[in-house]
Design a binder for this molecule. Structure first.
Ligand code: GCW
Length: 684
């Protein structure tokens, strides 16, 4: 029982009434040319174990050609060596695979070993969902970067505190029991994530000690069988911080153009690759929120990035360099705007980054808010690789105490057309590398995996976000709802009431959270000074963080127009700029992001801004109340361990949504003294 649920969506629960299908499945699994511990070997084990678990059917796993009908898994090269040329298989990209269940043998063939493993997981996902249709198709990833970022600290804590204890680190070193790390890699591989950056972007140079690199190598060892590579976040100032590693000695500078600094990082990178030959690369947060960086030495961000990219290049390693760079600002200046920072810093450097470098861009220009416009930086880098940064960890979005299924939010950005040069420039086609013909690109997501205490991400329902993240990183054209429904069936079984209920709750959850937190593009209105949890609209103002709403008794919103404001709108290509510059064509849901208006301004919807606030806070909180009754309708259909954990959180969300509703409504009522048309606000 202690392990219940660690398998998350890989439970492979027994399917009842499937004996017909069971006997139609081959008795043999043929695993082509695999050594123990390789992804293809893992694929064979997964197929054997999954089929055993779903159908109670024992297959025989063998490692050479079978004359009897078999489930054959391997790479294209091995398959063709053993069985001859594959027919009708479209071109496969790295990590892509071909799945054909129509013939004498079931073919699961990867372009590489990782692709073969992904194909095995895909086939098992079909079987586990009771989907026995005959299929024959190839699938390739939309981007080669499909990474997750852990914000784990060396002391075992996780950035911002709510994520529980790290599964990688404790007391300054890598933990000795890496069972959880391996289980995590298995989950990630099943949704085709190919790398994990294991330490916080607010990095600590002690990660680079000889002892810790050995520890990182042990993590890489347990993840390798799943085709998941390991990467590290770097502290830019490491050369001056006394790193305990005989390959380097302490310097008095970390200037990226200083020869001794270049040598320092070269030694570190060489050392890492000598121990971890398939190391993924580095992630760097520099010159941001107190982190050191090249600007300290008047060097450009590109010069800072290239310092690392050069050392990685001989090994095929990737540098992810974060665009999250901004300065504290002065609120009394009407035209200062943190939202402009990323383009201001990075656009002038377009073309100066090396080809193994990817600029990792948060989806919106501020910081993982409940709704933001698409970061204009995606339109500004044409000669530089780009990836989107999402956040599974729900930092500002209820921290997994609230159900918020995030893909509908992510899709507002992934599907947004930036119309660069008046040509279709949808974000998902920019990050895939397709739009600007870039060699690298993709997605990264911040994940606070808490695989301890028998609860993942601290919440069973929150796991849908990790699952869907992987699915969308592979193919962002997919819709949030069918992806969610795969997850529901894999996690909770095939009962139709479970499917419809959890679908409805999840699909209603982001709009509900949006409604009872920050509407109309005003941002989340959560506390931004301390906890990033719970309502605190006042915290947006009177500080340099630049998340201002500029609310007063008469009016609200950031004027980001070029005609009268910060001219953030001017960072978009012409068509998008025109839409946001004009109040007439700005959609209601971003009106306060782009315009400063009276509280009595009438929206396209016909409501005033203040009445929209009052109403949506009531309707959002009302929806959250229904999550309790919806979930209650599943009592007895889900094991009590998971049901109780979910109900505990839904009761919390129901109560906390009312706290949100009343805090925000009262705050603005007290500020404006404008009565609610329905008489609910301001009378208690
Ligand atoms: O939102 C902010 C968080 C920081 C985080 C930072 C970042 C890792 O408050 O905790 O630091 O974003 O993304 O770098």
């Amino acid at each position: 029982v202690a392990e219940t649920g660690i398998d998350a969506w890989l439970r492979y629960a027994p399917l009842t009434g499937s004996s017909v299908v069971h006997s139609a499945l081959p008795n043999n699994v043929v695993v082509l040319n695999s050594s123990q511990g390789s992804p293809v070997y893992t694929a064979g084990q997964e197929l054997h174990n999954g089929i055993k678990s779903i159908f109670d059917k024992s297959t025989r796993v063998c490692y050479s050609k079978e004359t009897k009908s078999a489930l054959v898994v391997g790479t294209v090269a091995e398959y063709e060596k053993v069985y001859g040329a594959l027919q009708n298989v479209p071109e496969l990209a790295p990590d892509g695979f071909w799945l054909d269940t129509t013939g004498f043998n079931i073919q699961i063939v990867g372009q590489d070993e990782r692709g073969a493993l992904y194909g095995a997981f895909e086939y098992l996902s079909m079987l586990a969902q009771g989907n026995f249709t005959k299929v024959a198709y190839a699938t390739n990833p939309a981007g080669n970067i499909r990474w997750v970022n852990q914000w784990d600290n060396m002391d075992g804590s996780i950035e911002r505190g709510y994520g529980g204890a790290s599964i990688f680190f404790a007391n300054g070193t890598v933990v000795s029991d890496l069972t959880r790390a391996a289980q995590y890699a298995r989950l990630l591989a099943s949704v085709r994530i190919n790398a994990v950056v294991i330490n916080n972007v607010n990095a600590n140079s002690t990660t680079l000690s000889a002892e810790n690199i050995q520890g990182v190598s042990r993590i890489a060892d347990v993840m390798r069988p799943y085709g998941v590579q390991v990467g590290l976040s770097l502290d830019f100032a490491s050369p001056t911080e006394g790193v305990q590693n005989p390959v380097v000695h302490n310097l008095t500078t970390y200037d990226p153009l200083d020869e001794s600094v270049v040598q320092w990082w070269t030694n570190i990178t060489d050392n890492i690759y000598s121990i971890i030959p398939d190391f993924a690369g580095y992630l760097v947060k520099a010159d941001s929120e107190g982190q050191a960086g090249p600007l300290v030495y008047n060097r450009t961000l590109a010069q800072g990035a290239n310092l690392f990219a050069k050392t990685l290049e001989p090994y095929g390693g990737t540098l992810m360099y974060r665009a999250f760079v901004y300065n504290l600002l002065n609120e009394s200046n009407w035209t200062e705007d943190r939202a402009k920072a990323a383009v201001d810093f990075f656009q002038p450097l377009d073309g100066q980054f090396m080809d193994n470098t990817v600029i990792q861009i948060k989806y919106g220009p501020i910081d993982f808010q409940v709704r933001e416009p698409t970061s204009p930086l995606f339109a500004s880098l044409r000669e530089t690789n780009a990836a989107i940064e999402l956040e599974v960890a729900q930092e500002y979005l209820g921290q997994q105490c609230h159900l918020v299924y995030l893909p509908p939010l992510w899709k507002t950005v992934l599907d947004f057309d930036l119309q660069v040069d008046n040509e279709s420039s949808v974000v998902r086609n920019i990050i895939s590398g397709q739009r600007f013909n870039r060699p690298l690109g993709g997605s990264a997501a911040v994940v606070n995996t808490m695989l301890t205490n028998n609860v993942r991400l601290g919440s069973n329902l929150a796991m849908s976000n990790l699952y869907a993240y992987g699915r969308l990183a592979w193919d962002a054209t997919q819709e949030p709802e069918p992806v969610l429904q795969d997850w529901i069936r894999l996690t909770f079984g095939l009962h139709p009431r479970i499917l419809s209920t959890i679908t409805q709750m999840s699909m209603e959850s982001w709009p509900a959270y949006l409604n009872y937190s920050g509407n109309l593009g005003i941002q989340t209105l959560t506390d931004i000074l301390y906890t990033h949890f719970g309502p605190n609209p006042a915290s947006q103002e009177l500080n340099g963080y630049g998340q201002w709403t500029r609310a007063d008794s008469l009016s609200v919103g950031m004027d980001r127009t070029c005609s009268n404001g910060t001219c953030y709108s001017g960072q978009y290509p012409p068509k998008v700029y025109e839409m946001y510059e004009s109040i007439e064509t700005t959609p209601d849901d971003l009106i306060l992001w782009f315009h400063h208006v009276n509280w009595t301004h009438v929206l396209h919807s016909g409501k005033t801004v203040i009445q929209h606030f009052y109403d949506s806070h009531y309707s959002g909180a009302a929806t959250a109340q229904t999550f309790v009754t919806q979930l209650a309708s599943l009592s007895g259909l889900i094991d009590s361990e998971r049901y109780n954990e979910m109900m505990y959180r839904q009761l919390y969300q129901a109560g906390h949504s009312i706290v949100w509703r009343d805090s925000v409504n009262d705050y603005y009522y007290n500020m404006t003294l404008i009565p609610d048309d329905h008489g609910r606000v301001g009378h208690h």
